[in-house]
Design a protein around this ligand. Sequence first.
Ligand code: MN
Length: 714
Amino acid sequence: MIRQFELVEKVKSYDPGAAEDVLNRAYVFAMKAHGLQLRASGDPYFSHPLEVAGILTEYKLDSASIITALLHDTIEDTPATLNEIRSHFGTEVARLVDGVTKLTRIEFQSDHAKQAENFRKLLLAMSEDIRVLLVKLADRLHNMRTLHHLNDPEKQRVIAMETMDIYSPLAERMGMQAMKNELDDLAFSEINGDARDSIRARLEFLRDQGGDLAGRVIGELQTTLTEAGIEATLSGREKTPYSIWRKMQHKSVTFEQLSDIMAFRVVVDTIEDCYRTLGVIHGAYRMVPSRFKDYISMPKPNGYRSLHTGVIGPERHRIEVQIRTHDMHEIADIGVAAHWQYKQGIAKTDGRQYRWLRELLDILEQTSGPEEFLEHTKLEMFQDQVFCFTPKGDLINLPHGATSVDFAYAVHSEIGDSCVGAKINGRIMPLRTRLNNGDQVEVITSKAQTPSPTWERFVVTGKARARIRRFIRAKEREQYLELGHAIIERAFSEEGYSKSNKALKGVLKHFHMASADDLAVEVGAGHLTGRDVVEAVYPALKKKRQTGKVVPLARARAKRAGKGAPVPIKGLIPGMALHFAGCCHPLPGDRIVGIVTTGRGVTIHTIDCETLAQYADMPDRWLDVSWEVSAELAEISVGRIHVTCLNAPGSLGNLSTLIAKNEGNISNLKITNRSPDFFEIMLDIEVRDVRHLTDIIAALRATPVINSVERARG
Ligand code: MN
């Protein structure tokens, strides 16, 4: 276990200005917080954050990152809180620790390899600061190094798979080759230890067989370069067992000789030297076609730069040679972490690191400008997306602002159609709630449920919107159809005829309709009146109407109220073919009348609503309707009342208590006028029916502080 002063010395060795006292305080804080906790290895738990901090010093990260590493498990595993960390170590460290904690919380939620790409994006989206990801990678590396201590083979396997599917590719994308190699090797030995052992045995055999082949190759290359006047450092490096394994899996190759598994590296001072070295090597040895790659003029997306070539080298062995500068060499190993060294003025730079970072971010699908990233070192690339989990751990990728309804439709259309509620992270939340990264969403469905038109106001995905619209259109047609037939039937009976399909079929051509149902839909939607249809069947009636008189309002009402079979209306869905008027808020039990509105179907008013006056001379648009007694009517309706009460302490409280006592629920309240003496208030109250509302009104009227109560009427 690294000791306190060793850690501080390491940091100070590359960052002399680091605040020693803060590092010391973080060390003590974490040690105290973890107390007597133990790791599976039997070591004190605190050894883990300490080792993670140690790993990050190898990357020469700034002290905020080192402190974050020390504290990274305190929120999740100890009584320490984010507020404490903020007050002790400031907002920057608190933000970083919070970020790492969030990443820790979503680990192991998804064990599906097919989800790996989404999961990597989720990690990136949640890591607002690249240092969060660096700490997380170091955390994972140390956990992998100590994985063999875990006593749970299944868990070991899950962690190893996750490392291979998610963390190692992340490390690679960030250009951290050394970290990627170690993560792969550790995971490989867990997942397929036998394959790793056999490859290692084979490597050893080849090494023995070749004698010091690598040494001889390096020696000869060194001489060739020195003769050409190039100063270079050479090394030979074995490919890792995992990379050999991958190659064998994908290309069904075998490895026969050491040169198949060795890469030789030439490190020189300048880019110019790189190309000169290449010329010398190609001049001395025969080049293997198609093995040459110039990653200096065309860097890899993760910033890797080098010249690669293959030649028939010393002793006629086919070898691979990588040529690069010292700076490129460092970046090839530690990748994005080099940015921090640059920031601290430690690394020498040829000014191209900015470009490199920019390219890295491009590949990470950054959406906002990379300049901003450089300024704030924030990862904002998946900010326009949210990633949420199903209860089984599948990741669902949604656009920013998506709700539980979007989630339900993304899982399956039928789940969307039948969703009645949703639990977000175990709590029932309104369907309109916007989802956040990492939320676990459990959709509650009911076979009786159908899409609600109100959902259209808050869904953001095209799929959800299309399904809801489709449903509304089908439902509207159904309602228009039923309504239209009822209207036509009444129009016939008013003239003493009875509606027949035969009669309707005879006039289809006249209306350019294909079927009687289509005609009924047109009537139901208000594009045609019932009278239009009757007059088409019996043209003689037309004349009669032209000489007819305007029916006075009172007579119209009386006429409507008492005549014929009214059209039954059911509990209504807002926005559908039938609407309740906003002026009078009819309630089940009220005497009502329908007004046919072009393109909108029928609007239901109470029979004494003042708005009806404007329809007095349009008898065609009046429709007798009545409440259909059904279970649906037991549903809650909203009644609107106007109340005038004393402007006195407690009078509003009094009002709401009274309504609650009478089992009403205030769904909307607006003070429309406030004078020194009185409040005028508009209230929408959820009630069972008109009787319930009447009871509430009576109760309010009996209250001393309440001056008057009236139902809204137009
Ligand atoms: Mn940890």
